[in-house]
Design a protein around this ligand. Sequence first.
Ligand code: IPE
Ligand code: IPE
Ligand code: MG
Length: 226
Amino acid sequence: MIPRHVAFIMDGNGRWAKSRGLPRHAGHKKGADVLEKVCDRLDVLGVKYASFYAFSTENWSRPDDEVKKLMALLRSMVKKALPKLIERQVKLTVSGDLFSDKVSKAGREATLDAIEKTKDLKNGTVNICFNYGAKSEIVHAANLALEKGLPITEETISQNLWVPELPEVDLVIRTSGEQRLSNFMLWQSAYAEIYFTDCLWPDFGDDELDAAINWFSERKRRFGGL
Ligand code: IPE
Ligand code: IPE
Ligand code: MG
């Protein structure tokens, strides 16, 4: 049983760096490499949709220097990923407000370029959650539905989320030992299985991912039935 949509809360970069006497940013940089490797493995496993929590609406409260470096990382990560996405025919999408003034122009432009160049690709979707918060996504979806003159229903909310074509999340994976959702994909994860591991995100490798997928395949999903 392979999940269709896996959503990652990539946590623990700072602690990983600290434990090595490195600046926090070194953890984020290693974390971006891990994201790429995880995508390679998901491709092999046949997971078609993957979401990655890269920057939350709450992360603006971090020191300016860290925020700035995370913006720069968005740009370099997306630029590096683009050729591979095209080679594998995988589409890039973003959940979150890329158009906020607070998001760096260079990060926004590189990301919009990659979204445009991969928009018709059909062999899977990598969704980056950036400047993302689940509560604001739901409010945004409700307002969009109202603007379109639609009634508020589960369907119209789903159809007006940042990336409406994403299927429901089957499996949420959170690294670093924290057992919370931190405002991540609350709507899409209503019936997700949730996997917590103590492993810090920069240490998350194929074995960890395989263990999570194996754990998932043994779950009995009942969706309220028997
Ligand atoms: C996750 O790692 C990455 C982001 C939130 C951007 P953290 O930076 O939260 O790392 P810890 O939790 O401080 O170890
Ligand atoms: C969640 O990690 C956000 C991302 C992974 C981008 P945080 O480190 O920001 O979450 P909290 O503050 O521990 O809940
Ligand atoms: Mg954290």
